[in-house]
Design a protein around this ligand. Structure first.
Ligand code: PLP
Length: 384
């Protein structure tokens, strides 16, 4: 029987380069896992208890696609408290399946096939995958280690063309941990205003900032061109609960809701009730996890610095980039060799773009011991 092939776009798209090494690590008994992008803490007890209660109380049906209004009201209060963003919970917020689901729905609501989307290099690989099924073209703006992995606004401006539609900004950044200064974000906004671009500000690590202050990009403009994405995954260690949200102008959020109607109907009601408990309950758990990441950041930076492998000191998220150019090979080959010979998994820089091709991402979401031992073995592999 004749069968059509799967779409050309997905045939040509590569799987995430982080997953590739993670899958190999699963087949490597006893491997130290420093490639992971999820907190190594359990979801706090009071959140788990709320989910169990929700099931017992029958919160098991669909909700509105945008999510329970009672949750959106709490999110609106959080956005005001933490981010300084004012929002109408009825029209300007949608919940989505993870930050990724909310951001992808917003992206789909903004672009036409053939448009160009400005993405950071290094950047989270999922943005590239979103261009695959939206039929858009990624154009990468460099964020070099020499500049602390911040974008250079002039270079971003030079990449804008007639088809550029969206500028994706991600601070605190995965994989670099860079937290962009307000003046840099303001300059990015100026470019967006000059060229009529939408800005998606992925702020999924907004509550994991170690030094200084973090400014939510949307607070730097009066215009209606910024849509911000957030998640419960990182702040509350809820990666598997699949719940995040986006806030922005009502027409864009309404568009994102249409997309979400087609692919998720709504986020699990049980997760939504758990998320309400996360926002209602004590926030000390967020601070405790942040403090642990900060301590590990300090330990890892000291160790990498002594070895001459530190590329830039991260100020947020939970990653640090290490220089592996001494390996000669590109970082993908090096990561596989490191796993095989030293039993340490790290995310190769090649998974995040061209700029970090000779770097690797080390996750701080690991125990202090694993982190220290993993970095020591990395140094051994590099002959240090
Ligand atoms: N944005 C960035 C930069 C991330 O690193 C992640 C997760 O790794 C997300 C968004 C989305 O996370 P989730 O879909 O679990 O909310």
């Amino acid at each position: 029987m004749l069968l059509n092939p799967v779409s050309r776009a997905v045939q040509e798209a590569a799987h995430s380069g982080i997953r590739e090494i993670g899958n190999q690590a699963l087949r490597t008994p006893g491997a130290i896992r420093l490639e992971v992008g999820q907190p190594n803490f359990p979801t706090p007890d009071h959140i788990v208890a709320a989910a169990k209660r929700a099931m017992d109380e029958g919160w098991t049906g669909y909700t509105a696609t945008a999510g329970l209004l009672s949750l959106r009201e709490r999110i609106s209060a959080k956005l005001s408290r933490v981010n300084g963003i004012d929002s109408d919970p009825e029209t300007e917020i949608t919940i989505g399946p993870g930050g990724v689901g909310a951001i992808a729905a917003v992206m789909a609501a903004l672009v036409e096939p053939g448009d160009e989307v400005l993405l950071p290099d290094p950047g989270w690989p999922n943005y590239r995958l979103m261009t695959v099924w939206t039929g858009t073209t990624p154009v990468y703006y460099p964020c070099s280690a020499e500049r602390g992995f911040e974008p250079e606004p002039e270079q971003v401006g030079a990449l804008v063309g007639p088809r550029t539609r969206v500028l994706m900004v991600n601070s605190p950044n995965n994989p670099t941990g860079a937290v962009y200064r307000a003046e840099v974000q303001r300059a990015l906004l100026d470019i967006a205003e000059r060229h009529g671009l939408w800005v998606i500000s992925d702020e999924c690590y907004d509550e994991l900032v170690f030094d200084g202050t973090f400014t939510s990009l949307a607070t730097l403009t009066q215009s209606d061109r910024v849509i911000s994405g957030y998640t419960f995954s990182k702040s509350y260690s809820m990666t598997g609960w699949r719940i995040g949200y986006a806030v922005g102008p009502a027409n864009v959020i309404d568009g994102a809701v249409k997309i979400l109607e087609s692919n998720s109907s709504c986020v699990s009601t049980i997760s939504q009730k758990a998320a309400e408990a996360a926002l209602d309950g004590p926030q000390a758990c967020v601070a405790e996890m942040r403090d642990a990441y900060r301590r590990r950041r300090d330990l890892a930076c000291a160790q990498l610095g002594e070895l001459g492998l530190l590329l830039a000191r991260p100020s947020g998220a939970f990653y640090v980039m290490a220089d592996v150019s001494a390996a000669g090979a590109d970082s993908r080959d090096f990561a596989f060799r490191l796993l095989e010979e030293q039993r340490v998994a790290v995310a190769p820089g090649t998974a995040f773009g061209e700029i970090p091709a000779r770097a690797v991402r080390i996750s701080l979401a690991s125990s202090d011991e694993d982190l220290a031992e993993g970095i020591a073995r990395l140094a051994t592999a590099l002959g240090r």
